[in-house]
Design a binder for this molecule. Structure first.
Ligand code: HEM
Length: 335
């Protein structure tokens, strides 16, 4: 049996430094094994099937139906190799395509290495500070990696630490295929949510970076009241519901909404309790003025109550709003 590989498929194989095996049981009479060596060399071997009673823990024996299932599995398991580098415009799953724990893209592997629970709040904030500059009217700003050029702005203080962490991963990935900062940050934010127990968020890849900083003053100030926050988000194409659900990102980090490294709906539960109204003590320190403002607005309270009572709904809506946020103003390589 011969096995042919598309050039881009071979290229994707070569992205992996360690020795790996890929099994293609094309018939139930045996299996074809591709071995990827550390140097990127691929060897091919056909291993005949053992007797029907033989115990083969490596590749199970199939009837026709399970063979089809196996083919689907093989097809699925190749997707992570192909997507980020050959089909960069397709939706690409940061974790869902992890078939058996070790078949992932270089980008996934490297981002997972650096986005720990402790680093997650900074990564998620980085996403908002890159994408949150988007203005629908002028079609300016957005998820374009320009945050890298804006780190000395007061509103971005502290974010250079997160960038430095990502820089390490980007350095490794760039050796195989150039990745934009916008894609790196969008993926790192999704991984931050996931590693803290939040929903898995598929992130489309292929954003181009801006070579110039975005206009200043486009991110909301923490001192804004609810009407001003709503207006600010509306200018980015984001509704009141999206303002509320995205603010749920403050559930992680040091603002006092439950466990700082657990992504859950504590933010909304705490907002309903309004602990900052109590005089003195730690509870008066909970949340930012903008969080408090949401809890004082009738329309926002309806969403806060919904998410406080239904974490699944929070996760679903957060996922949708996050995808919208990281696609805001993005310029795509293959558009
Ligand atoms: C609604 C308007 C928002 C305002 C005014 C705001 C403002 C702030 C401020 C002042 C901080 C504290 C930074 C510090 O500790 O030095 C913060 C933290 C944070 N923000 Fe926002 N933010 C907003 C929305 C968002 C959104 C939409 C996201 C993400 C989707 C986000 C993600 C975060 C995260 C994860 C932290 C914690 C960072 C850490 O503890 O390291 N924020 N935000």
């Amino acid at each position: 049996m011969t096995t042919t590989l598309e050039p881009c498929f071979l290229h994707s194989f070569k992205l992996f430094a360690s020795s790996r095996e890929f099994k293609f049981p094309a018939t139930n009479r045996g299996k074809s094994v591709l071995r990827l060596q550390a140097q990127g060399k691929i060897t091919h071997q056909f291993i005949p099937a053992k007797s029907a009673t033989a115990c083969d823990t490596d590749v199970p024996r199939f009837d026709e139906n399970s063979l089809i299932r196996r083919r689907e599995f093989v097809h699925l398991s190749t997707i992570p190799f192909l997507l980020p580098f050959c089909v960069s415009e397709k939706e690409f799953a940061a974790n869902a395509l992890e078939v058996d724990g070790d078949e992932q893209s270089v980008m996934q592997i490297e981002i997972k290495k650096v986005v720990s629970k402790a680093k997650a709040p900074g990564m998620l904030r980085l996403v908002f500070h890159d994408a949150g500059t988007y203005q629908t009217e002028e079609n300016s700003g957005g998820m374009n990696g320009s945050i890298i050029l804006e780190l000395d702005r007061p509103e971005n203080s502290g974010l250079s630490k997160s960038v430095k962490i990502l820089e390490k991963a980007k350095g490794v990935i760039d050796k195989y295929e150039q990745v934009s900062w916008a894609d790196m940050i969008a993926m790192a934010g999704a991984q931050a949510v996931f590693v803290c127990g939040g929903p898995f968020i598929p992130v489309r890849l292929g954003r181009k970076d801006s070579m110039v900083p975005d206009a200043e003053g486009k991110l909301p100030l923490e001192t804004l009241d609810a009407p001003a926050l709503k207006k600010c988000f509306l200018s980015k194409g984001l509704s009141t519901q999206e303002l509320v659900v995205l603010s749920g990102a403050h559930t992680i980090g040091g603002k006092g909404f439950g466990n700082p490294t657990v992504f859950d709906n504590s933010y909304f539960k705490v907002l309903l309790e309004k602990p900052w109204r109590s005089s003195g003590g730690m509870s008066s320190m909970v949340g930012l003025p903008s969080d408090h403002a949401l809890a004082e607005d009738e329309e926002c309270i309806r969403w806060i109550t919904a998410y406080a009572g239904d974490q699944t709904k929070f996760f679903e809506d957060f996922k949708r709003a996050y995808i919208k946020l990281v696609n805001s103003g993005a310029k795509w390589k293959n558009a």
